[in-house]
Write a protein of this length. Structure first.
Length: 184
């Protein structure tokens, strides 16, 4: 695991099984950070309970948001994310510092129990909310080795894929690397 990962927050998602586009028998479902395939539990932005990474500081905040707003939470799966401290800019092929949106309090409660599932590479052309996960959204998993959740198994491999240009011409960056954990 990369030592420069920082707590980013939580999300509840409706995980989809392997999409029709994938030719890979190894992909079982999609644990992407973006909402393109496995959607978020709700269109949560208007509730203004998210943190500076546009995620949530604890699962309890998500659960309370669901209860307080009569959101159907049946079948959602909870995830915890950590994010690499640098983002990759394709135009100059360099890593740059960034941080959470400062106008939102970000105080992530790190879970006691979490299961590491892999790394996702996510686009942030607007700079705030996760946009696309090209491994699943653009089908790059057909060219880049992924695990059963359409994630890359090692940080080093995720970083190498970005630096070698494997994500070029998929979606506009910059790109951020997330460690994806499932919660029981």
């Amino acid at each position: 695991m990369a030592s420069n990962m920082i707590p980013a927050g939580y999300m509840a998602k409706r995980v989809i099984e392997k999409p029709n586009w994938s030719k890979l028998d190894s992909v079982f479902d999609i644990y992407s950070v973006s909402k393109c395939m496995s959607t978020d539990f709700a269109d949560y932005i208007d509730y203004w309970k998210h943190n500076g990474h546009w995620l949530f500081d604890s699962p309890e905040i998500i659960e309370n948001l669901g209860k307080d707003n009569s959101i159907d939470m049946a079948g959602v799966k909870y995830f915890y994310y950590e994010i690499y401290e640098l983002e990759f800019h394709e135009n100059d092929r360099q890593w740059h510092r960034y941080g959470p949106e400062g106008s939102f309090l970000t105080k992530v409660k790190v879970p006691d129990n979490k299961t590491f599932e892999g790394f996702d590479i996510v686009t942030f052309s607007c700079g705030n909310r996760a946009e696309c996960s090209p491994l699943s959204c653009n089908g790059l998993a057909d060219e880049i080795k992924t695990n059963r959740h359409c994630l890359i198994d090692s940080f080093e491999k995720a970083k190498e894929c970005l630096e070698s240009g494997m994500f070029s011409n998929s979606e506009p960056g910059p790109y951020r690397i997330f460690a994806v954990y499932s919660l029981a």
